[in-house]
Write a protein that binds this ligand. Structure first.
Ligand code: NCD
Length: 307
């Protein structure tokens, strides 16, 4: 029984297999529509979510399975003081697989250690978000045709953005990927990413504050919102929230084949006029997210996909 808590729980080969399966499902969804008949996915969301929770639920429903769960800590026994370890023991006897989001870093890992069913981390605090990473990798591979030889720009809240931390961790496994981190000084990537991962592995990266200057060099621009809920004071948030706004004018500086990704939700960091630009793929990214979650559920439930 395997759980997915960090992108490190899946090696490059497994990720490739998942993306291959995701592509096959996308090409012929009907073929997979009963593979999870009789199976139940529990979605335990202690923190708000629209996309991720519904994407997991849509994935399970499209595989023929059923879903149950809660969408906020208020509506669970967490309000009575129940621990995550106890909750997962109980859920293990109700469901076959579980997706958990929690504001505390490490909570899904605690759940996995106490579970008899696979646990998927659907985001823990400012830490990791492995299924968003699978979504991002699958989007890039599908639309760009490769995951190596890329210049990837991450822009916005690189300090608190868990999708950023997870995606960097996964991309370092591919050849000749260079990073450009674009953020205000206050929101730079954490030291454990800079020192323990990038410097340690000798991965080339730059840290800048100006978006315009580096736009022409990018293959991928990964925009993020400033994570208001992880700020200690509102004043800092207000000062930093509109630091970057990607608009039509800035897009003119970018290459014809650059892709703009965003994990969503968007606040102000991409103006809506950019949505029409064919390089803006963040809504398509959501679709890839559902298919890759279908592939992951099949994989973790060890269901025979007949291939
Ligand atoms: C992200 C998250 O929850 O970390 N959203 C998502 O899952 N697509 C990004 C965010 O909230 O900014």
């Amino acid at each position: 029984m395997k759980s997915v808590i960090s992108p490190l729980d899946l090696d490059v080969e497994e990720v490739n297999d998942l993306m291959d399966l995701g592509s096959r499902i996308m090409a012929d969804p009907k073929k997979y529509s009963h593979m999870c008949d009789g199976k139940i996915l529990a979605t335990l969301f202690y923190e708000p979510s629209t996309r991720t929770r519904l994407s997991f639920e849509a994935a399970m429903l499209r595989l023929g399975g059923k879903t149950m769960g809660f969408a906020s800590a208020d509506s669970s026994s967490a309000t009575k003081g129940e621990t995550v370890a106890d909750t997962i023991r109980v859920i293990s006897s109700f469901a076959d697989i579980c997706a958990m989001r929690h504001p505390k870093e490490g909570a899904p890992a605690v759940a996995a250690a106490n579970s008899t069913i696979p646990v998927i981390n659907a985001g823990d605090g400012g830490h990791q978000h492995p299924t968003q990473t699978l979504t991002d990798l699958f989007t890039i591979r599908s639309l760009k045709g490769r995951l190596d030889n890329l210049v990837v720009g991450f822009c916005g809240d690189l300090k608190f953005g868990r999708t950023v931390h997870s995606l960097i961790r996964a991309l370092v496994n591919y050849k000749n990927v260079r990073f450009i981190f674009i953020s205000p000084k206050e929101l730079m990537i954490p030291d454990y990413i800079r020192n323990d991962l990038l410097i340690e592995k000798g991965i080339p990266f730059e840290e800048v504050t100006q978006l315009e200057d580096i736009l022409p060099r990018l293959d991928i621009l990964y925009m993020t919102r400033v994570q208001r809920e992880r700020f200690f004071n509102e004043e800092d948030y207000v000062r930093l929230k509109d630091f970057y706004i990607l608009d039509k004018k800035k897009m003119e500086l970018a290459r014809e084949d650059m892709l703009v990704l965003h994990p969503l939700p968007r606040v102000n960091e991409i103006s809506v006029e950019v949505d029409k630009d064919p390089r803006a793929v963040y809504f398509k990214q959501v679709e890839y997210g559902m298919y890759i979650r279908m592939a992951l559920i099949l994989h973790l439930l060890e269901l025979d996909t007949g291939i």
